[in-house]
Design a protein around this ligand. Sequence first.
Ligand SMILES: Nc1ncnc2c1ncn2[C@@H]1O[C@H](COP(=O)(O)OP(=O)(O)O)[C@@H](O)[C@H]1O
Ligand SMILES: [Mg+2]
Length: 422
Amino acid sequence: MKESSQPWKPFTAKYCCSVEDQTFFGNFSRCRTSKSDISKNINAPAPSFRRLSFSDLSRSSSTRLNEDLAQSFGPDLYDFQLSELRAITQNFCSNFLLGEGGFGTVHKGYVDDNLRQGLKAQAVAVKLLDIEGLQGHREWLAEVIFLGQLRHPNLVKLIGYCCEEEERLLVYEFMPRGSLENHLFKRISVSLPWSTRLKIAIGAAKGLAFLHGAEKPVIYRDFKTSNVLLDSDFTVKLSDFGLAKMGPEGSDTHVTTRVMGTYGYAAPEYVSTGHLTTKSDVFSFGVVLLELLTGRRATDKSRPKREQNIIDWAKPYLTSSRRLRCIIDPRLAGQYSVKGAKQMALLARQCVSLNPKDRPKMPSIVETLEALQHYKDMAVACGQAQASTKSATRNGVSSGGRLEGRGASYRKSAPVTSSKKT
Ligand SMILES: Nc1ncnc2c1ncn2[C@@H]1O[C@H](COP(=O)(O)OP(=O)(O)O)[C@@H](O)[C@H]1O
Ligand SMILES: [Mg+2]
């Protein structure tokens, strides 16, 4: 996943101002929405503007970068010192570890009223990026620029950042229920009821619809269950904008030289040609719908070969309620709306269509899913046959590795290593 193993050097124009980066960050729209009516946000007129260019910021040294970011974001984002973040996470103590992803560890921290003026006492999540190589810094900056400007009830709130010499950290609001990945696939968690799965699907769809509906569409590029974070009432907050990209201007497709994302979730045309559109996110959304329906991971190497890819395995079962019963998550124990599940399965099938044009748009997906909330019919629990002959139980095999490649090729990311900061 890392682009290079060279130590990070402050960005220079030579390093960062590729055509891709210009498209990525140039003329970024500032998007602020009212925090109340989510569905209103989807159809809302394009948000107001502020110009913020990646190339301006990335030319800076870390000291200059801090000044530039502070100037750009003002009171919206706090510029933390490393010592402050050490203090609130007990020196990134392992007892406070919330999780570990492709770019480092995430620790829980507690902010009190005295830390910064205007910052209320609260729990936070501090991501400590392992920025060995250029890519880590690029993702950190992307996250600050996107999440610093985008605000929506279904996007996680970035509270601040830290940029000190070679250290790069991000401070988010703490999501008490963690990620959807943990709820769906970790044995310890209680199974999510049908109505909660539907609520999660709707919240995530609204988050993506908001991104795609911005004046310049934002392509999220890394939609997957570990990036769907859950608040105490299961409100979805999308996180991780390190791979997000501004939509193309003038045409509806954008060719990227670097294919990035996560195995099992990335749209086939994007993986093979680098063509990136909002429909790439719709494909990934379809994969997550299948995970919600079946309780299986997008890719699972521990299963028999024909069951390892969720789409290949599930596709023949998505067209009727009778067939669907064979693959529905056994942890639902029959407690799901038969009509609702069938509609969701048909929607998932459309989303993972090979031809991007056959995939629905996010606002229409939101509408379809919202209509399912009215179904009150429940399947009767008994004798659910699983499509798997070997095993109907889930397992804790890790989800697909992230993709990164050049042109039409891609490779599996290197094993994740945590940064050993003390
Ligand atoms: N804001 C947050 N609140 C609570 N837990 C979080 C938060 N952000 C991340 N996490 C946890 O940390 C884990 C690692 O996150 P991340 O570094 O984004 O990697 P990935 O998305 O690849 O899992 C997540 O899966 C989640 O369980
Ligand atoms: Mg994440």
